[in-house]
Design a protein around this ligand. Structure first.
Ligand SMILES: O=C(NCc1cccc(CNc2ccc3[nH]ncc3c2)c1)c1cc(-c2ccc(F)cc2)cc(O)c1O
Ligand SMILES: [Mg+2]
Length: 214
């Protein structure tokens, strides 16, 4: 029977990456996507911008919306301080099953909590279910039409504090026009656009970094 792209990506990790070495997992996925098949990971170019934001923020609590195959999950978690927690939400059960195995291969299971379900359902439950006060960093990489409603939901649920950082992938391609319009014009955020390219291509894309001002 036919394998799926996430299954082929996982096989490439298990073949080419060293168990317990997160950077080799990231490298194996990038190699697979450049040489074999494109996949919608944040990728190596935007990944370097992600790395710089993570190291600058040095977050104790991270929320990732949209795990896919855990490329950015592993990339972020490999840079976190010892007792930091990363919660990642994935709606698609097949993606989640693959992501769990990529996370295990990287040896980051104790830093990452993968939750299966939709952001709209889980964001209101974060405080009670995961003993989270607020998130220091949120990486938005799920359905592009959910960025804005979920940001408003996080505000309403008191999950953002003065200084919380939102980092949004794909603000140009596929694009998140309503989110950009809101976040760039809201007096409650200070935003900065990091110009880059759509993963593994020459197409323009970028990350939008926004600080919640309280
Ligand atoms: O669409 C994208 N990613 C989101 C996505 C997509 C599919 C499934 C899921 C299922 N996961 C999911 C859903 C809802 C959820 N709610 N809470 C958690 C959660 C998790 C998520 C995307 C597309 C392109 C792209 C494609 C084609 C092209 F030509 C150019 C660019 C590039 C990217 O970097 C992208 O990130
Ligand atoms: Mg993306």
């Amino acid at each position: 029977t036919q394998t799926t792209r996430p299954q082929r990506l996982l096989a490439a990790v298990q073949k080419n990456a060293t168990r317990g070495d997160p950077r080799s997992v990231v490298k194996a996925i990038d190699q697979f996507c450049r040489q074999k098949e494109w996949a919608m990971n944040v990728g190596d170019e935007k990944g370097c911008i992600l790395d710089s934001v993570v190291t600058e923020v040095n977050p104790a609590t991270v929320l990732e919306l949209g795990t896919y195959c855990a490329y950015s999950t592993v990339r972020i978690a490999s840079l976190l301080p010892p007792h930091a927690k990363l919660i990642t939400l994935e709606f698609n059960p097949h993606n989640a099953a693959i992501a769990r195995q990529v996370i295990a291969w990287a040896g980051l299971g104790d830093k990452i909590q993968l939750v299966e379900g939709a952001s709209g359902d889980w964001i209101p439950k974060m405080k009670e279910k995961f003993a989270i006060e607020t998130f220091d960093l949120v990486f938005l990489d799920h359905w592009k039409d959910r960025y804005l409603p979920d940001t408003k939901l996080m505000e309403e649920c008191g999950l953002l504090r003065k200084g919380s950082i939102l980092l949004a992938d794909n603000v140009i391609c596929p694009g998140t026009p309503d989110y950009l319009e809101y976040i760039r014009n809201s007096p409650r955020y200070k935003s900065q656009y990091f110009r880059s390219h759509l993963e593994y291509t020459k197409v323009e894309d970028g990350l939008e970094k926004s600080v919640f001002l309280g």
